[in-house]
Structures are given as structure tokens and as C-alpha cells.
Design a protein around this ligand. Structure first.
Ligand SMILES: Cc1cc2nc3c(=O)[nH]c(=O)nc-3n(C[C@H](O)[C@H](O)[C@H](O)COP(=O)(O)OP(=O)(O)OC[C@H]3O[C@@H](n4cnc5c(N)ncnc54)[C@H](O)[C@@H]3O)c2cc1C
Length: 488
């Protein structure tokens, strides 16, 4: 495999001088694990990433990441971090067929209040299938010195020191050699990135550290997705469509995104138990029932390239590890294993990138404060800082989900109601004012905090905004693409 100059430059360039000698183990080889392993390679001599699945040499879905069949958006905040860790990642995605889209210029976004103003500056995204995002990262990680990927191995337990003060490694079991039993992987740091099914709560409680508390906010969302070939000669002034729900009365969402190989991925999403069917007729009827016919019309003549695949298990779930009284040194948890979101806001991969970035910062600070091999206090500091970084995306996701009266696990307070009313006004303003559409898309892209929507100019625009009246979206034509330079 040939390496690009960027790739070569990145190898070892960030390695912290006088880095920790020693070995770090990462549990789970999906987005969070791959990004964490890249960061750890700057700080440890050896890094072993352990993954249960066989990891393919191409962009394929796999059993351990069942959500890989559904639409995935990599938000600009996350992409920025990934680019820093793997320079040239975006170019590599483009070479593999990812489609560059300018949002909102090249998109139709139907907000609950009408069409988002397409004149906003917004941001650009690379649209691709989830397996492609992951495969491109994996390919790059394999080139990083000191990193070993151990696939078809299951991490079965944490190993701790006799006094229980610190984690000293894990046990792993080969899934190819049933008779080989469990073997020990010694490590100076263990990172759990094993996703929603993480066993960390069980390991911690069985190890005597206490039972972690969790918050669970469930808007009862399910997905159904299908890939289509884009019809030959298809032409429109948009590349991507997002038809939002209108809570609480219309809990249906439709996304159409271009992905590699001249294809569209269409994801239908239903909240409050109105789940999209996975049979042909039901899928077509749900597509037609969205708030605007643009997606149904586009796919009417498109050839399906995949079966319709459903997905449940999408609740917001947050483990409060930062609040635990007892925590073993040298053990950290990140990615969906700590904080998993209702995915309709597209935040999971980007918060996994933020977590890797946080780990990097904490390790660098640790080195400045202590001896090279002293990791005391790191794990706790990391979990606390991660909790703070996850707070904004969590607020955005659960705050919106509480608009459905059927959502379980969260509490609607007077403040929540006020926020909803205010955000309703802001969303109206995004349909009428490109500056406000811009402020809003910055928050959606995790480029600005949700609190930025309370800035004076947004407050003033929200106060001025008048609802779009009876002009229902079905009656209003989507806005035309403004004449601005095409996405690069
Ligand atoms: C329907 C759906 C749509 C989504 N859409 C988006 C989107 O648009 N944008 C976005 O950013 N995010 C999206 N997400 C979220 C995104 O998929 C995750 O946030 C992202 O994959 C990061 O997860 P992770 O790496 O922490 O865990 P996962 O992706 O769940 O991976 C965990 C890995 O750990 C492995 N593993 C588990 N246990 C063990 C063990 N004991 N030993 C070894 N290996 C183990 C698994 O095999 C797997 O590879 C979506 C999620 C869902 C469910």
C-alpha cells in the first residue's frame, strides 16, 4: 500500500517526546477505539486494539456495529479532530467516493417551521456510508508505528492490582481457537471503547468499586434504511435532503444522502413508537407520509441496491462514571460506552472524536505534572472532563426528545418548556434569515455550543420571527439553490 506524503508526515510526528514507555490496551475497534488508539500511539510505546469481529480490508458492515447499515453523518467538529489525528483523512474518503456537500447551500432542510434558508454559509460535509468512514480510519491506524490490531478476540475481564487500586491489564479470549482459553494482556492503561454493550458497569461493580448510575432518556426511535442507485441523468439543485419531524404531532423523519458509488442512502426514522416498516409497501408508504414528497419522488424511479434494514436500540444513555466515589487508576471509558445518543442528531462519531481529543489533552497534562510513567489521577480527571464535554451534545439531543410526551426517563420542567418555546422562534428565524440559519447550523455541526443560540443577535431575530402561517410545507416549494460557488 502506498502512503501519501501527508500520511507519512503524520506518522510519529505527534509523538510526545520522552513519551511513556509501556503498553496501552483499547477494547473495541470501532470509531471511538480507532481514534483513541491513534492518540495513545503518541504516548505509549505499544498500543493493542482488541476487537471481537474480524476486521475486513474493505468498507463492509460487520456484526459488532449493526448500526453500520444506517445513515451516518460525520459532523464538522468531529471531522476536524479526525483530520488532525489522521491528516489527509478527508481526501482519502473523497478518493474512495465520499461526496462533498455544502450545507445548507446544496441541501434541502425542512425544519419544523419550514425550509431552512439556503443562503447561510454553513459548513461542508463528506457524505459516505458508515463502513467507509470506519474502514478509512482503520487503514490509516494500521500504518501507525507501535499499534497492533488484534481482531477476533474478546476482552473478557479487567485485571487489577492486588490492592485493587489500579487496573493492570485485561484477559482476552481468541474466538478462532476455542481451546486456547483466556490469556492475560498486561497494560499501563486500559481504554474501554466497546460501545453500548460495554461491560464496564459489571466489571466495576464486581470489582467492588460500586455501581455506576445512569440516565436513560428514550424517545422510542427506530430506523429503516435502504440504498438506491441514483437514476442516470438525475438532476436537481440539491444533493441531500433532510425532512425533520414536527414534534409532537408528526414524529417522522426522512433523510436522503448521497454516498459512494453513485448511490443514495435513504433513512426513515420514527419517534414516539411510530417506527418505519421494513417491508416494501410499508417502507414506500412511510416515505410518502413524510412532510414533503421530495424524497418519495426522488426514489420512485431509483433502483434499490440493498434490502431494507431496520434498527432499534437508539435511546440516549449516559453513565455517570465521573460521579463514582471509587475508581481504579489506569482505566478509562469513552465513546458510546459512556454516552450514547438518539442518533438523529448525528453526534456519536463526533463525540467519540472529542473524547479522543480529551484523552490526548489529559495525557499531555499528566506528563507535564508528573514523572513519565506516573498515571495517578489521570483516569478520574479524564472521566470528569469528558462528562463536561459531553454535556452540550447531551442537552441538545435529550432537550429535543422531551418534546414528545411519550419520551421516558427525562423530566419536562418549566425551563424545558421555555427553552422549547424559544427554540421554536429561533427555528422560524432560520427559515427567514441566513445569519440565524448559520448560527443554528453551527450548533448542529457541534461548532458552537447550544448556549450560543442565546446570543443577542439571535435573541433579537427570534423576537422578530413570525410563524410561517398556514403555508404548510406540502404547499410550499423548496427554496432554490442560491448562486454561490460549488462545494470543493
Ligand atoms: C441507527 C444509528 C445511527 C447513527 N447515526 C449516526 C450519525 O449519523 N452520526 C454519528 O456520528 N453517529 C451516529 N451513530 C452513532 C455511532 O454509530 C457511534 O456513536 C459510533 O460508532 C461510536 O461508537 P463506539 O466506537 O463508541 O462504539 P461501537 O460503534 O458500538 O463499537 C463498539 C466496538 O467494540 C467491539 N466490542 C464490544 N465488546 C467487545 C469486547 N468485549 N471485546 C472486544 N471488542 C468488543 C464491537 O465489536 C464494536 O466493534 C448512529 C448510531 C445508530 C444506532
Amino acid at each position: 500500500m502506498s502512503r501519501t506524503p501527508d500520511a507519512i508526515a503524520s506518522l510519529g510526528a505527534d509523538r510526545v517526546s520522552g513519551a511513556y514507555t509501556g503498553h496501552a490496551v483499547v477494547v473495541g475497534g470501532s470509531m471511538a477505539g480507532l481514534l483513541a488508539a491513534r492518540v495513545l500511539a503518541n504516548h505509549f510505546e505499544q498500543v493493542t486494539l482488541v476487537e471481537r469481529d474480524a476486521l475486513p480490508d474493505s468498507a463492509q458492515t460487520r456484526k459488532g456495529v449493526p448500526q453500520g447499515h444506517q445513515l451516518h453523518v460525520l459532523l464538522p467538529r468531529g471531522r476536524g479532530i479526525v483530520e488532525r489525528l489522521f491528516p489527509g483523512y478527508g481526501q482519502e474518503l473523497k478518493t474512495a467516493g465520499a461526496v462533498s456537500v455544502r450545507l445548507p447551500t446544496d441541501t434541502l432542510i425542512l425544519t419544523p417551521a419550514g425550509w431552512l434558508d439556503r443562503r447561510a454559509t454553513g459548513w461542508s460535509l463528506l457524505s459516505a456510508s458508515r463502513p467507509l468512514f470506519e474502514w478509512a480510519l482503520r487503514r490509516r491506524l494500521r500504518e501507525v508505528p507501535g499499534v497492533t490490531i488484534l481482531d477476533r478476540h474478546d476482552v473478557t475481564s479487567l485485571l487489577t492490582s492486588r490492592d485493587g487500586r489500579q487496573v493492570i491489564g485485561t484477559t482476552v479470549r481468541s474466538l478462532d481457537d476455542a481451546g486456547s482459553g483466556h490469556r492475560q494482556l498486561d497494560a499501563e492503561l486500559v481504554v474501554d471503547a466497546s460501545g453500548r454493550g460495554s461491560r464496564a458497569p459489571v466489571w466495576l461493580s464486581e470489582g467492588g468499586y460500586g455501581t455506576p448510575r445512569k440516565t436513560h432518556v428514550d424517545p422510542n426511535v427506530a430506523y429503516a434504511s435502504r440504498i438506491y442507485r441514483i437514476p442516470e441523468g438525475f438532476s436537481a439543485d440539491w444533493q441531500l435532503v433532510m425532512l425533520a419531524s414536527q414534534p409532537p404531532s408528526i414524529p417522522r423523519i426522512g433523510y436522503l444522502f448521497p454516498i459512494e458509488d453513485g448511490q443514495w442512502m435513504v433513512s426513515l426514522i420514527g419517534a414516539a413508537g411510530q417506527h418505519p416498516p421494513t417491508d416494501e409497501d410499508g417502507f414506500a408508504a412511510f416515505t410518502r407520509s413524510l412532510r414533503h414528497p421530495v424524497i418519495a419522488d426522488a426514489v420512485a424511479t431509483a433502483e434499490p441496491m440493498s434490502p431494507i434494514r431496520g434498527h432499534r436500540g437508539t435511546a440516549n444513555r449516559l453513565w455517570h462514571y465521573e460521579r463514582m466515589r471509587c475508581w481504579p487508576e489506569r482505566f478509562v471509558v469513552l465513546g458510546d460506552a459512556v454516552c450514547a445518543f438518539n442518533p438523529v442528531y448525528g453526534q456519536g462519531m463526533s463525540t467519540a472524536a472529542l473524547a479522543a481529543d480529551t484523552l490526548d489533552t489529559c495525557l499531555r497534562e499528566q506528563r507535564r505534572r508528573r514523572r513519565a510513567d506516573d498515571l495517578d489521577g489521570l483516569a478520574r480527571r479524564f472521566q470528569r472532563r469528558l462528562a463536561r464535554r459531553n454535556a452540550g451534545p447531551w442537552m441538545l439531543s435529550t432537550g429535543e426528545d422531551l418534546r414528545y410526551p411519550t419520551t421516558t426517563g427525562g423530566r419536562v420542567t418549566a425551563v424545558t418548556r421555555l427553552q422549547h418555546r424559544y427554540l421554536d422562534r429561533v427555528v422560524v428565524a432560520t427559515t427567514q434569515d441566513p445569519a440565524i440559519a448559520d448560527a443554528y447550523t453551527q450548533v448542529l455541526g457541534l461548532l458552537a455550543r447550544p448556549t450560543s443560540l442565546f446570543a443577542p443577535r439571535v435573541l433579537a431575530a427570534a423576537a422578530r420571527a413570525r410563524p410561517n402561517g398556514e403555508r404548510g410545507p406540502l404547499n410550499s416549494a423548496p427554496p432554490a439553490r442560491p448562486s454561490v460557488p460549488a462545494a470543493s
